[in-house]
Ligand binder design. Structure first.
Ligand SMILES: *Cc1c(COP(=O)(O)O)cnc(C)c1O
Length: 363
């Protein structure tokens, strides 16, 4: 039966990307060898890494002030590398606390200095993006999470939200794990962006970092080699053995995005999918959305059944329809439909039809 994969991460990738990856595991570029049994220093693999980095640069129109890195350790290691590389000795940094991941980033920041929540939506189970906050002068950086994977909120006015930081010369750091490559974005607003690959970039195992090089080298602290961004910039993400398979699949996925119209087309697809789903959530008498309307995510759509007792039945019907991965995160409950780039609108329509049928069967 055809599956409709709404998993939050690791998540759906385009079928042609999966097929080409499987082929490269057996016979990489007609070499008679597998992609995972050749040297990462071989000409063929170096070309993969170069293409992956180059495609990120071209998708975001990045100039030479920026470098693109493929690292390891997930977005979670970035919670540590960011303060290690950017927090001045005895310095301070501000975090916008918009969810579980933002809280974890903040907690790690506190290991290195005075890390404060500039604003928080914890009072409302993180169902909105705080916009009323102010930033002190002299902060080492301002950390935001552009899309909150668990709670289904997303920063739509990135320019407005980062304006004060930019005016005050504070570096803007963004955890973009779950909405990177989902929309057109002026990266000049952001000094450092990072994303665990397994949501919209590729498979688990690599972490994308986009960094404005001029923000480095200002902390006054010594940084262990492997945790120092400069190490990876100097060595083109090849200081040590990179996760070759994860980088290869990410490169194919970046190619796929380019071949399908780039970020403008991704944004259009994601807008269309999310509108179809949110309008059904709002229309259907049995369901309701959990995120504040103005901040609704176009990547992770969170909703609940008004009658919680119906949840198990809906999940069972979903499974019968081939719908996978819509059980909500335990901290929100209900359902979460992750509709990343690779998810076709047809899958969203299958879910919407099921919601309609479910309403009929309970009226
Ligand atoms: C999934 C996720 C993370 C954690 O990523 P790992 O690669 O598993 O460390 C961090 N931040 C956000 C916003 C996420 O969605």
């Amino acid at each position: 039966m055809k599956k409709h994969n709404f998993s939050a991460g690791p998540a759906i990738l385009p079928r042609p990307v999966i097929e080409a990856s499987a082929e490269a595991l057996l016979n990489f570029g007609d070499s008679g060898l597998s992609l995972i049994e050749i040297s990462h220093r071989s000409k063929d693999f170096v070309a993969v890494m170069d293409e992956a980095r180059q495609r990120v640069k071209s998708l975001y129109n990045l100039n030479d002030d920026y470098e693109v890195l493929f690292l390891q350790g997930g977005a979670s290691l970035q919670f540590c590398m960011v303060p290690y590389n950017l927090m001045k000795e005895n310095g301070r940094a501000a975090y916008l606390n918009t969810g579980a991941w933002a809280s974890k980033a903040l907690k790690e920041g506190k290991v290195f200095g005075e890390a404060l929540a500039a604003g928080s939506s914890e009072d409302a189970n993180f169902n909105y993006i705080p916009k009323d906050f102010s930033l002190n002068e002299g902060l080492s950086y301002f950390h935001i999470t552009t899309n909150n994977t668990i709670y289904g909120t997303e920063i739509h006015d990135l320019a407005g939200l980062t304006a004060e930081a930019r005016e005050k010369g504070i570096a803007v750091v963004a955890d973009m794990s779950s909405d990177i490559f989902s929309r057109v974005l002026d990266m000049n607003m952001i000094d450092l962006a990072y994303a665990g690959a397994q949501k919209n970039t590729g498979p688990a195992g690599t972490t994308l970092v986009i960094i404005r090089k001029s923000i480095l080298g200002k902390t006054g602290r010594s940084i262990p080699t492997l945790l120092n961004y400069q190490t990876h910039i100097d060595k083109g993400s090849m200081f040590n053995t990179p996760p070759v398979f994860a980088v290869y699949v990410s490169m194919l996925n970046l190619r796929w995005m380019d071949e399908h119209g780039g970020l403008a087309a991704m944004e259009e697809r994601n807008k269309a999918k999310s509108e179809v789903l949110y309008s059904e959530i709002d229309r259907n008498s049995l369901f309701e959305g959990t995120a504040a309307e103005a901040d609704r995510s176009r990547m992770n759509v969170t909703f609940v059944l008004k009658e919680k007792e119906l949840e198990a039945e809906f999940l069972q019907k979903a499974e019968q329809a081939g719908i996978v991965g819509i059980k909500g995160h335990r901290s929100v409950g209900g359902f979460r439909a992750s509709i990343y780039n690779a998810l076709p609108i047809e899958s969203v329509k299958v879910l919407v039809d099921l919601m309609k049928e479910f309403e009929l069967s309970h009226s």
